[in-house]
Design a binder for this molecule. Structure first.
Ligand code: GLC
Ligand code: GLC
Length: 880
């Protein structure tokens, strides 16, 4: 597959020509396979474990490139199926393992946990599955791990090949370590957990049923579709007490012991003895399921659990073709989701992120919020109010009906005065009392998500949904009432300059101007007495400007003129405040602290200029007429922009300031203390788009886009196919090193940047022929070099069902950003579906970079389109 290339890495695999890269296409750890929507990792010792997710409904698995990670049902804290030791050394071993014992000894085809030198290794992370292939001494094992849509079973489809010239005996030992369901208890309360573990074994399948006799009606099942020659369920028996995962006892000895766990650490392990002729292969599957017996009789006999559902599941997947059919269903599922938005642009990195990986990451944030990743342990925070509202922006086009429900769930955690629970638990949908509210940006994000949702779907009916306020049991108010309550709350909560108060923090969780914490164990967010404090946030003021304009636009569309006018009045008043008290001379101030001193001003010694207030004040329309908006962005460029992204503020805080809080607790260059916080970079990208600066927007976009930095893996370290929350900034000890990948608001916002800002595909309230409209902000370079390509290919959306909605007309040069979006009728609310779209003819005006483009965006009418068949023009395969 690969050709030799100069990649200069050493170690286990250095002499293996097969693993070298195709020059120009790949780097030392892997490359994109765009046609298959996969990232191909070509050596196992990546700088950090590189993660993928399995599952799309209720059952999820984390799966790294060496098969690490754990599985859970809905809630990674309360229903964890397998055990994972975070921050262990070595990292990322435990929950799953697959051992091979053959004439070359004990080894692992996913490399870990044995880490024996492999002859060949490849991991393909795809949409909802990972295929990991390892070969050694004439045996090749290909493992595809996935969770079929709608099912609570993780499948490992194994193909074992004998590539040697002789008939050989190959033993296969799959293994999982069970978590006793409640993950926090499981990792802290050994005086109890060492005595409660229970299993049953029936027909070679392992049923993990700890606590089943009491309040639980669920169990975990580990089974094989091929009858095993042996099993183990005690970790001490299979791994050993003093042995490690790398030299586990049973597979080293080539025999399971038939152990039945009583207490201690229940595991599931099988021994499969294969005999394969030269060139022969055998395929079978391992199943890891979560099963709830619900109302079924609990027991078949005293102490014998009712296993009827488990048996049925094993039977189902043991049928010929069943696993392959489930895998095909997974492909279809993702093909459908991603089919809603596909764009062809001349920039292949933009394409692969926007069309595949970015949307895929957005779905991960929908499914998991901030709960379970390699950085979020699954036992920590629930769903964030502001985070979830922002995440919505990235997936509402794929799953509008679920987005709708999410908006209503979020709104139900708002309190009647306008503030909100900062977090809520997905299982109960109730606000978390420990964290409470008083983050004075939270409520405004609901306006952004709701307006974006209505623009996307035309579903105005959502505004009339009756939702209560969390502090008033049984109350019912429309969603629109919640939006108005949010506006009123900000108007009411204002400080000495007329700017909104900040409360515990605004978007920047670490700007805690009221906490004055000096106790090491306090939470910066909730410590301290905020009562009476007048610390103000310019960022919230900017967000308020944006939110009032959004809501006024919604009212325009609804024909509510007086309400729109009232909001524009609120906007104008706040804008005045921002342009006076919020302006520092060359940029917008960030905040005023509890003593009324500015934060993020030239008068400060450290933290002179911050990103967030520049972004939101500009996006909200402040300084638009007199050039200040542009000046603020130029100041960002001058003081904060680096080739790795925009640092959050500068200069970093060298010491702790108790009047500023957590922001000054991080070492310089990390996190909110002058790290590159990718999430808020995106707002600046959008602001540049609004200034018509496609070049800048794309340059900035690429600075944090991991796909655009395939040469930096050793520095960047995190996965090259998803965004990371934070990249260490220029003031840190290791600039350019990423952390906290996957579950970050960056996913949604980069999708907004690329789809709406750079490519200009912008949903708006449906009018006339219901439609999107937009204005692309394409970079000059691309327009010059690829103008013809844009003209020819346009940007293409196609329907979820894969059928082309081939309507459109190529218009000559001079057309820019024309988009058709035939939307489902607003009446057809039942069965919300994504709008099938066709985006055509993003062609530049001669010599234009969109600044001063003559053609303003407008909604298209039927006469703009004649039939135009795009078949065959896509560079994208339709296969998946
Ligand atoms: C994290 C939080 C988010 C916050 C951001 C900045 O990403 O999840 O709510 O806005 O940090 O502090
Ligand atoms: C945000 C920040 C993080 C901080 C947390 C507070 O997520 O990114 O640094 O610790 O908020 O809970």
């Amino acid at each position: 597959m690969c050709q030799a290339g100069a990649i200069g890495w050493s170690g286990h695999f250095a002499n293996n020509a097969q693993w070298r890269m195709i020059p120009g296409m790949s780097t030392s750890y892997g490359h994109f396979d765009d046609a298959r929507r996969e990232y191909v990792i070509t050596r196992p010792d990546t700088p950090m474990p590189w993660l993928n997710y399995l599952g799309s409904d209720e059952y999820f698995g984390l799966c790294t490139n060496t098969g690490g990670g754990y599985t859970f049902w809905r809630d990674a804290k309360l229903r964890r199926i397998t055990r994972y030791r975070y921050n262990n050394s070595p990292l990322d071993t435990g929950a799953r393992a697959l051992y091979i014992k053959d004439d070359s000894g004990l080894w692992a085809p996913m490399w870990k946990p044995v880490r024996a030198k492999l002859d060949r290794y490849e991991c393909r992370h795809g949409m909802g599955y990972s295929t990991i292939t390892g070969a050694k001494g004439g045996t090749e094992v290909e493992t595809t791990l996935f969770i079929p849509p709608g099912e609570n079973v993780e499948i490992w489809r194994l193909t074992v090949r004998n590539t040697a010239k002789t008939r050989r005996r190959i033993q296969v030992f799959p293994y999982v370590e069970f978590c006793l369901f409640e993950a926090l208890n499981d990792m802290t309360n050994y005086q109890r957990t060492y005595s409660i573990g229970e299993v049953e074994v029936e027909d070679g399948a392992v049923y993990h049923k700890t606590e089943y006799r009491e309040r639980r009606s669920h169990y975990a099942l580990f089974a094989s579709t091929r009858k095993p020659q042996g099993f183990d369920t005690s970790r001490d028996a299979f791994v050993g007490v003093h042995e490690g995962m790398h030299d586990a006892k049973a597979p080293s000895a080539g025999a399971c012991t038939g152990s039945v766990a009583h207490g201690w650490n229940p595991v599931g392990a099988f021994q499969h003895d294969l005999e394969l002729a030269p060139g022969a292969e055998e395929t079978f599957s391992i199943l890891l399921a979560y099963i709830d017996n619900g109302d079924l009789p609990k027991f078949d006999a005293p102490f014998v659990m009712n296993k009827v559902k488990g048996r049925a599941l094993i039977a189902k997947y043991s049928r010929k073709g069943a696993v392959d059919a489930a895998f095909a269903k997974l492909h279809a599922h993702w093909g459908g989701l991603l089919g809603t938005f596909q764009a062809d642009s001349p920039d292949s990195e933009v394409n692969r992120m926007a069309n595949v990986w970015n949307q895929y990451q957005c779905m991960a944030t929908f499914n998991l919020s901030r709960s379970a990743s390699l950085y979020e342990t699954g036992i920590g925070r629930g769903m964030g109010y502001r985070d979830s509202n922002q995440d919505l922006l990235g997936f509402m086009h794929m799953i509008p009906e679920r987005a709708r429900q999410r908006i209503l769930d979020i709104a139900a955690t708002q309190l009647s005065d306008g503030t909100c629970y900062h977090q809520y638990q997905p299982l109960t949908k109730k606000g978390n009392a420990e964290i409470g509210g008083d983050f004075y940006d939270d409520h405004l994000w609901l306006i952004l998500s709701t307006c974006a949702y209505i623009k996307e779907t035309g579903d105005r009916g959502i505004l009339d949904e009756q939702i209560g306020y969390a502090d008033k049991a049984g109350s019912k108010h429309t969603l629109l009432h919640h939006l108005e309550t949010s506006i009123a709350y900000t108007l009411k909560q204002r400080g000495p300059h007329g700017l909104p108060l900040i409360g515990h923090a605004d978007w920047n969780d670490c700007l805690n101007l009221n906490c004055f914490s000096t106790e090491p164990n306090q939470s910066f967010q909730t410590a301290g007495d905020v009562k009476g404090s007048k610390a103000e946030s310019v960022m919230i003021a900017g967000l308020f400007l944006y939110a009032t304009r959004e809501l006024a636009g919604l009212y325009d569309w609804m024909g509510k003129k007086a309400a729109a006018k009232r909001l524009r009045g609120n906007w104008a008043d706040m804008k005045k405040v921002v342009e006076t008290a919020g302006w520092d001379g060359e940029w917008f101030v960030r905040a005023y602290d509890a003593a009324g001193k500015p934060v993020g001003s030239k008068v400060c010694k450290e933290g002179k200029i911050f990103i967030e207030s520049q972004a939101w004040c500009v996006l909200g329309g402040a300084g638009a007429e007199d050039g200040r908006a542009r000046q603020a962005l130029e100041s960002v460029h001058k003081h904060l922009y680096t080739s790795d992204g925009i640092v959050l503020q500068t200069p970093p805080y060298a010491t702790y300031h108790k009047e500023l809080g957590e922001v000054s607790s991080y070492p310089p260059g990390y996190k909110e203390n002058a790290g590159i916080f990718s999430h808020n970079n995106t707002w600046i990208h959008l602001a540049w788009c609004e200034q018509g600066e496609g070049d800048r927007a794309l340059e900035y976009y690429r600075s944090i886009c991991p796909a655009a930095h395939q040469d930096r893996h050793d520095t960047y370290r995190a996965e090259p196919y998803v965004y990371a929350q934070m990249i260490a900034g220029r003031d840190s000890a290791n600039p350019g090193e990423a952390k906290n990948s996957w579950l970050t608001g960056t996913a949604a916002w980069t999708f907004v940047v690329v789809s709406q800002g750079i490519l200009g595909i912008r949903p708006d309230y449906p009018q006339g022929l219901e439609g999107l409209h937009g204005q692309a902000h394409l970079p000059r370079r691309d327009l010059r070099d690829h103008g013809e390509e844009y003209r020819r290919l346009g940007l293409r959306h196609h329907a979820r069902d894969g059928r082309r909605q081939g309507h459109g007309r190529r218009r000559g040069a001079g057309v820019q950003g024309r988009h058709e979006a035939p939307r489902r009728g607003r009446a057809a609310l039942a069965g919300l579906r994504p709008s099938p779209r066709l985006i055509m003819g993003v062609a530049p005006l001669a010599g234009c970079c969109c600044r001063g483009c003559a053609t303003a965006p407008r909604v298209l009418t039927g006469s703009d389109f004649a039939d135009f068949d795009l078949a065959g023009q896509s560079r994208y395969p339709q296969g998946l």
